[in-house]
Design a protein around this ligand. Structure first.
Ligand code: AMP
Ligand code: GLY
Length: 439
């Protein structure tokens, strides 16, 4: 039916975001024969090496549309959740430009944990039992009745930091109070309290145009700041892909949950074109959804995208134009491990502006790519730290162990004051499923 089964000519592309995820996406987009010029707004030190960084406010729909029109962009790709929730995809589509990223209505799946739970309820997707509160007193009374352990979540966007897995009632109380005291701004005006689930976590990303869902290869993030999965939750300390401990049954169950969720959104007139990200826990009763995000994961992207061999421009354009059924995904038969280098103190307060050395030496190692995130280039050409998560060091290998060793060898080449990393990325999975029963 469709005359254009793939974009034959090269197009200009605007990618929004400035994380390690965007560096990984930028590299894959720029490597496609279908990409003419690649612009990244605002981008980072890494994206500047594969495209042109532009100083745009990615959350300002008018600015984004204006730039995309002026520069004849044939595709806009939205990396982070904030512009999606702010309606940037709606504005880009309204201007007639193909857009990879869901409309604001669909982005509420990540923007409001309560809305996400409601959609999961309609879709019949297994998730933790929960209650949602706008009154502090009622939340506390519920927490008292439920008893520890429990999980307290700010309803809105909190950069991965609005979730507390409380082992005691006192911790839960402190978390509820912090939300209502405005620690997460408007995001904490509604609070969810849910049962604590146990088991390994697994991330599944999927391309979807609202009709077809193409699940990517599974990956596993390490959210806790400290080794042995201790300490506070972060934006992600490292990841690997594929995930050896996931069974075929679990994999199929997770894909089916993603499909049901998209069907439910579509049935309710909610258009989702982009990446649906399922965060799962592989519980003894089977996989359950912890949350859905409406964008690629970070650092999951840094291990999934390097393994994808299907052309990313073709895929993203097919999603934007609702003809994803024409394409299948194919994968490199290799393992990928990424280790995130952070600034000492992250996810709490940390210093920035430290000179980073050794990126070139690390990148020169076999099968290693350094994806920059919180970095900036100073006037003398030094790369300096500019954020909590500074970079993600990805390596591919023919075995899990080889990918791990390569990644850590590359991490050891890179130096900056306060460099902090977890040395145990992927170790539990290497020990097998039973390693999750050990604590
Ligand atoms: P979320 O942002 O909802 O994915 O939560 C962030 C992290 O908190 C998850 O990746 C889990 O590690 C943890 N978490 C969230 N919900 C639960 C739950 N119901 N039970 C146990 N851990 C959870
Ligand atoms: N890796 C978790 C996230 O991107 O939210």
């Amino acid at each position: 039916m469709s005359e254009i089964s793939s974009p034959v000519s090269a197009i200009n592309i605007l990618l929004l975001g400035n994380g390690g995820r965007e560096h990984a996406l930028a590299q894959a987009l720029a490597g496609s024969p279908h990409c003419a010029k690649l612009f990244i707004a605002p981008g980072n030190g890494g994206t500047a090496t594969v495209g042109t960084n532009v100083a745009l406010d990615a959350c300002n729909p008018a600015q984004v549309v204006d730039f995309a029109v002026k520069h004849n962009c044939g595709l806009v790709v939205i990396g982070p959740e904030a512009p999606l929730v702010a309606g940037v995809a709606d504005a880009v589509r309204a201007a007639g430009i193909p857009c990879f990223g869901p409309n604001a209505e669909a982005a509420a799946l990540e923007g409001s944990k309560t809305f996400c739970k409601e959609i999961m309820g309609l879709a019949g997707v297994p998730t933790a039992k929960y209650a949602s509160f706008t009154s502090e007193d009622e939340a506390i009374a519920y927490a008292e009745r439920l008893g520890a352990p429990m999980v307290v979540k700010a309803d809105g966007l909190a950069a991965g930091k609005g979730v507390v897995v409380a082992q005691t009632f006192e911790e839960a109380l402190a978390a509820v109070r912090a939300c209502f005291a405005g620690e997460f701004g408007a995001a904490g005006a509604t609070v969810l309290i849910e049962e604590m689930l146990t088991g390994p976590e697994c991330s599944l990303l999927a391309f979807t145009d609202g009709v077809t869902v193409r699940a990517m290869s599974p990956s596993q993030d390490h959210k806790r700041a400290l080794e042995q999965d201790k300490g506070p939750n972060t934006g992600g300390m490292g990841a690997y892909s594929p995930v050896p401990i996931v069974t075929d049954d679990e994999h199929q169950a997770m894909v089916a949950m993603m499909e049901k969720t998209i069907q439910t959104l579509t049935k309710n007139g909610i258009d989702f074109r982009g990446c649906l990200f399922g965060g799962f826990m592989l519980t003894p009763e089977g996989p359950k959804v912890l949350e859905f995000n409406v964008r690629f994961g970070d650092p999951e992207t840094q291990v999934v995208i390097p393994r994808l061999t299907t052309d990313l421009v073709e895929l993203m354009l097919a999603v934007a134009q609702q003809r994803l059924s024409e394409l299948e995904l194919s994968w490199r038969d290799e393992w990928a491990v990424t280790v995130v280098l952070t600034s000492a103190g992250y996810p709490g307060s940390y210093e920035i502006g430290k000179i980073i050395t050794g990126i070139d030496e690390a990148s020169a190692l076999s099968q290693v790519t350094v994806y920059q995130a919180g970095t900036t280039l100073d006037d003398e050409g030094n790369v300096r730290t500019a954020g909590g998560r500074v970079m993600a060091v990805t390596a591919l290998g023919t075995s899990f162990e080889e990918a791990r060793e390569r990644s850590y060898a590359a991490c050891d080449c890179i130096q900056f004051e306060g460099k902090t990393l977890r040395r145990d990325i992927g170790l539990r999975a290497l020990r097998g499923r039973s390693a999750w029963d050990e604590n």
